[in-house]
Design a binder for this molecule. Structure first.
Ligand SMILES: Cc1cc2nc3c(=O)[nH]c(=O)nc-3n(C[C@H](O)[C@H](O)[C@H](O)COP(=O)(O)O)c2cc1C
Length: 232
């Protein structure tokens, strides 16, 4: 692929800024159905999300049938968005199940990068050892939320509205949809068209409160960062 020119990369930045700034967590949905090709495109983009060792442990359950959405609503504190939205997505991972794809993933990557079988084995062993030291729930949440965020922004870029949701009883969701016993339910995403004007922006913390420079507590200030670069 050609390196984007300065103007096309700034178009990309502008498009992204617009997308991010216009997105709101939609409060109420109209009944308009999300076309299959939109769903397909959004998932094709979500699947491009990065993950540790490229293990891609995210899984998604798509619900469009009213009875299935009603079942999800019962496991999610009766939030009415769930039965309003034409499409509900349950994002989850499997605490053990992801290991079934590991051989295939490492084999493909090593083939593409021209690495031999010994290198492949070594990489795989290293990855499994690293991940096995972490809490499976923490590791899965870390990975699944990246694909989830890609998915949410992809739907928004395709002209649809979304609402991310953490208000659910994970055990009840696993039971209601007979997910695998090792399933870790991470988040729900409602997708559709907003029924009313999007809610006002709720505001955000200033970047100096959330990003620090060199030492925790030292506010991040872009002009100072600029000066620091020029000193070297
Ligand atoms: C992980 C996550 C879980 C959320 N869970 C819920 C939820 O269960 N119910 C709900 O009404 N909103 C939920 N929200 C929406 C947030 O309240 C909303 O994103 C936040 O207030 C910021 O507003 P904005 O998305 O419009 O910028 C959730 C958002 C995120 C990112």
């Amino acid at each position: 692929m050609d390196t984007p020119s300065l103007s096309s990369s700034s178009d990309m930045a502008q498009g992204f800024a617009c997308l991010v700034r216009q997105r709101r967590a939609t409060r109420a949905f109209a009944p308009d159905l999300v076309p299959p090709e939109v769903i397909e495109q959004a998932f094709a983009l979500a699947a491009q999300a990065p993950s540790g060792y490229n293990l891609q442990p995210w899984r998604f359950l798509l619900l469009t049938e009213p009875a299935q959405k009603a079942r999800l609503r019962r496991a999610a504190f009766d939030q009415d968005k769930i039965t309003q939205a034409p499409l509900m997505i349950v994002a989850f991972g499997q605490r053990e199940g992801w290991k079934e794809n590991a051989d295939e993933i490492f084999h493909l990557a090593c083939q593409r990068r021209g690495l031999d079988l010994a290198a492949e084995e070594k990489q795989k062993r290293g990855a499994l050892a690293f991940v096995s030291k972490l809490s499976p729930a923490v590791w899965l949440n870390r990975q699944v939320m990246i694909a989830f965020t890609h998915l949410m922004l992809a739907f928004e870029a395709l002209g649809w509205d979304t609402a991310p949701m953490e208000g659910f009883d994970a055990a009840a969701v696993v039971k209601a949809f007979e997910l695998p016993a090792d399933a870790e339910v991470v988040a729900l995403l409602a997708v559709g068209r907003a029924r009313e004007a999007e809610p006002p922006h709720p505001g955000r913390l200033d970047i100096d409160r959330i990003a620090f420079r060199e030492r925790f507590g030292t506010p991040f200030q872009t002009h100072q960062l600029h000066e620091a670069h020029h000193e070297h």
